[in-house]
Design a protein around this ligand. Structure first.
Ligand SMILES: [Zn+2]
Length: 331
């Protein structure tokens, strides 16, 4: 099956959002049931098959991205959504493979939104506020570009043609720095921030869980096996867990502690009592026929729930999906 057919077979919503602009200029997307689309299931390694980390949560009237690594934004467009419809961005940690498309998201959203949508709500560990200022501030990396777009007549003509009203404002993401234990209440959803075991103390590393009346989804970010992940994920419908490599091939104990493998994940999923384990952040070395079947089989010897081998653009819901245990890519 070709990748496109495979995606269609998932019943993924490929229809572009029909968000309308009301009289106040605010976007009014339709209410959506809780789902997660895997935008990037790869690693920092370049890949045409797997983009770097990114997840899209659809819930109610909100479109939330969890991490936005290189290529994740392209996948968001491929999933049928518009840049301007993203309402919130959350970052687990600031490794580049989890945040490199942040600049693209903010700038394209600001450009296309033409002053008619609210600024992006951004949540992440420090130094996300400093990073934001260094990207989009007057003296930031994109400072000269932004100044040209808010002052040059040609750019202002385009801005007005898109429905904008002068003077044009600079992009101003609404940044909140978060830590393990932070809880964010949204419209019909609650996101709880947990601790991920990764590359501390160099980066603060977080994990997320969203709860709604439709179910719950937990995402580890990058994490080795951790009691804190077990606590955060306890009883959730979907646990999206980093599954970086084949158990036993780790070069060192430090590597195993920071980046998880399939046998450790099986124990974590079992202890947490989750319904479905979604494997992601997959190295090309294990993304091979026979190896992935062995990995899933060995996990299922320990964990009795469902195991999904993540692929870019998979869309999953807490209630289940049409996924079989392994969906292979033949295109
Ligand atoms: Zn990382």
């Amino acid at each position: 099956m070709k990748r496109r057919d495979f995606i269609a077979a998932l019943g993924a919503s490929s229809a572009v959002s029909s968000a309308a602009i009301d009289q106040e200029g605010a976007a009014k997307p339709p209410a959506r049931p809780l789902s997660v689309t895997l935008l990037g299931t790869g690693t920092p390694a370049p890949s045409l098959e797997r983009q770097s980390s990114g997840y899209l949560i659809e819930v109610g009237g909100d479109l939330i991205v969890w991490d936005h690594g290189p290529g994740a934004h392209q996948r968001l467009l491929e999933s049928g959504h518009r840049t301007i419809d993203v309402t919130h961005a959350f970052f687990t940690h600031l490794h580049y493979d989890h945040c490199m498309d942040y600049g693209r998201l903010v700038l394209q959203r600001w450009d296309q939104g033409a002053g008619r949508i609210a600024d992006l709500n951004v949540y992440g560990p420090p130094p996300i506020a400093r990073m934001t200022e260094q990207l989009f501030g007057a003296d930031g990396i994109y400072g000269p570009d932004i100044r040209a777009r808010v002052e040059h007549r040609s750019s202002l003509d385009v801005f007005e043609a898109r429905g904008g009203t002068l003077p044009r404002r600079r992009p101003a993401p609404r940044v909140t720095e978060i830590h393990a234990g932070t809880v964010i209440d949204g419209a019909g959803w609650k996101i709880t921030v947990g601790h991920a075991q990764h590359v501390q103390p160099y980066l603060e590393c977080l994990a997320f869980r969203i709860d709604t009346k439709e179910g719950s989804i937990c995402y580890t970010g990058d994490s080795g096996p951790s009691d804190s992940i077990v606590e955060l994920a306890r009883g959730c419908d979907l646990l999206i867990h980093m599954n970086h490599y084949f158990s036993g091939t780790e070069p060192s104990p430090a590597y195993r502690a920071a980046c998880s493998n399939h046998r450790d994940n099986a124990v974590i999923a079992k202890r947490a009592g989750v319904k479905t384990l979604v494997l992601t952040h997959l190295l090309a070395q294990i993304d091979q026929p026979a190896i992935r079947e062995q990995i899933v089989h060995e996990i299922q010897n320990v964990f009795e729930g469902k195991v999904i081998w993540g692929e870019d653009l998979m869309k999953l819901t807490p209630a289940g999906s049409r996924m079989t245990n392994i969906e292979t890519r033949q295109g």
